[in-house]
Unconditional design. Sequence first.
Length: 136
Amino acid sequence: MLQKGFLNPAVNDLLSRIRHTNTIVIADWAFPYWNEIEVVDLSLTKGIPLITDLLEVLKENFKVGNIWQAEEFLITNPDDIIGNFDAHFNGFKRLNPEVEVTRLAHNDFKKLVPKSIGLIRTGDPTAYGNVILESV
């Protein structure tokens, strides 16, 4: 029986299919549904779980090369929220110093979504907090 990491079988199944250069989307509660890719919905209620909760568990097992996020995230959120996300991104950078964080227009961010292996939806209410992680 699993006792660490992701205990949710649908998340485990999705993550186990990600290979080099594949991407996964970690999204907020309001992010649109995508017919083209698998969606695992973990939202329980507004704020549970947070995107950063998933990032915390992911960094134990998931080697990241690139992270994408909408640039609107920086202008719509207070410094403490931005700092919290950046701290989680830096956690991936400690494991792989070559990690690149790219912030691009939200509409351009959404164009990357259909190329992903899947999307994990959270209860996170953070405006533009969605991230795309690329495996290395």
